[in-house]
Design a protein. Structure first.
Length: 420
């Protein structure tokens, strides 16, 4: 009798580019970037890059981006691509300003959420019920929102205390607050310009200074979304619809219901971001004030690998680069050229260590160009400052593309009972 020993096949190892970054490594990377930023601040005397005011402005600009990205996260975790985030933001700005002007800012917030949720409902009907391509539906929502708000403004705002077909009358402010004692102490520490300590104080000071109540609510949405999606039965069912809807249906999950709920919640979160723009950022609805933040929010979601924590980090990065336009833009962006050049050198060294020589050479060449640009100029043009958030969006997506893992059934058509 012959016998054979069947060897167990070795476990498949993930590709190097697919390995997830652990939390300790991520925190170490963030700490390293902060140290390098502090070094650059000392070299360039650009104290504004880590000032409390800069960080506070960055947080305010990051909120609508983060809420739009969080809306995209909810939809895509259920398997629906939501390119219509920009349109839902627009609906949130209009409905928020309309109701805020009539009945006060808190009612405006509720109507902003409702306006975005209406956009989400339309997107869900078209994509889930009628199985229309998600990208086509999202683009249609964006166009529809832009045209509808222009049309509605002619009836709701024209001739009323400075309102026109493109803007609303001023809306009452929600007000702002700073954390007593802590805010002043961190600001004083930041103004001492000590190495690293003052930079940390500026970063933390921005989280406790000149806050809107809506900012606090928006920030709370990130951990709340994580808890609902990853720690509740509702979230497990919703995510199963984005991973394998056929298997989810076989286990008794009403896939259509969860997709609808996810996309409506997605629109509501984007609408809340729109309400923030018209009620907090400017106290007025103005046509075009979203400025593509829905698309940047989508980029933040992708950068964050469809996870709330990474999304928040991406929104903060984009909010920071956007804030450079408002506070010492040319000088601060010029200083950040040096930081980018140093980071590229580190990246080139890492690529050499990984024996990826051609990308390493390209990275080193770009780094040399950044050093030359920094050394030959004293300030960058305003056009570069304006384009910085969008350039950063492209760079971040291109550098993080190899580590992305979207839900498996994201954007795929689904019909009830198709697994039978």
């Amino acid at each position: 009798m012959s016998s054979a020993i069947v060897a167990k096949p070795p476990a498949k190892q993930p590709a190097p580019g697919r390995r997830r970054i652990s939390l300790p490594i991520l925190l170490l990377v963030i700490a390293g970037v902060l140290v390098l930023t502090s070094v650059v601040r000392l070299i360039t005397d650009a104290d504004g890059i880590t000032s409390t005011g800069q960080m506070s402005t960055a947080l305010r600009l990051a909120v609508p981006i983060g809420l739009a990205g969080l809306g995209g996260l909810w939809a895509e975790r259920a398997g629906v691509v939501n390119i219509g985030l920009e349109g839902m933001l627009i609906l949130g700005t209009w409905f928020g300003a309309f109701a805020g002007y009539q009945w006060g800012p808190w009612v405006g917030i509720l109507f902003g959420i409702l306006g975005g949720a209406i956009g989400g409902l339309l997107h869900a009907i078209v994509t889930v019920t009628f199985n229309v391509n998600h990208i086509v539906s999202g683009v249609a929502i964006n166009i529809l929102a832009l045209g509808a708000t222009r049309y509605l403004s002619t009836f709701a705002f024209e001739g009323k205390e400075g309102g026109t077909s493109k803007q609303s009358p001023p809306v009452e402010s929600l007000g702002s607050f700073s954390v007593p004692g802590l805010s002043d102490w961190l600001q004083d520490l930041n103004e001492k310009h000590w190495f690293l300590v003052s930079d940390l104080a500026g970063l933390l000071g921005g989280l406790f200074t000149d806050l809107s109540p809506l900012t606090v609510i928006a920030v709370a949405m990130v951990p709340l979304s994580w808890w609902v999606l990853w720690r509740t039965a509702f979230g497990l069912r919703l995510r199963s619809c984005g991973e394998n809807p056929v298997a989810a249906e076989s286990l008794g999950v009403n896939v259509y219901k969860y997709k609808y709920l996810a996309v409506i919640i997605s629109g509501g979160l984007a609408g809340l971001g729109g309400a923030f723009l018209s009620l907090v950022a400017s106290n007025i609805y103005l046509e075009g004030q979203t400025g593509g933040r829905g698309y940047i929010g989508l980029a933040a979601m992708i950068f964050g690998n469809w996870m709330p924590g990474g999304l928040a980090l991406g929104a903060g990065l984009f909010g920071y680069t956007d804030s450079l336009k408002l506070r010492g833009g040319g000088t601060n962006v010029h200083a950040l050229l040096l930081l980018l050049a140093i980071l590229l050198v580190i990246g080139a060294i890492y690529l050499v260590w990984r024996k990826r020589y051609i990308p390493a050479v390209i990275t080193a060449a770009v780094s040399a160009l950044m050093f030359a640009w920094y050394g030959l100029t004293d300030e960058v043009p305003n056009q570069v400052v304006t384009a910085t958030p969008y350039v950063v969006t492209l760079l971040v997506l291109s550098l993080s593309a190899q580590r992305l893992r979207m839900p498996k059934a994201d954007g795929q058509p689904y019909r009830r009972g198709q697994g039978k």
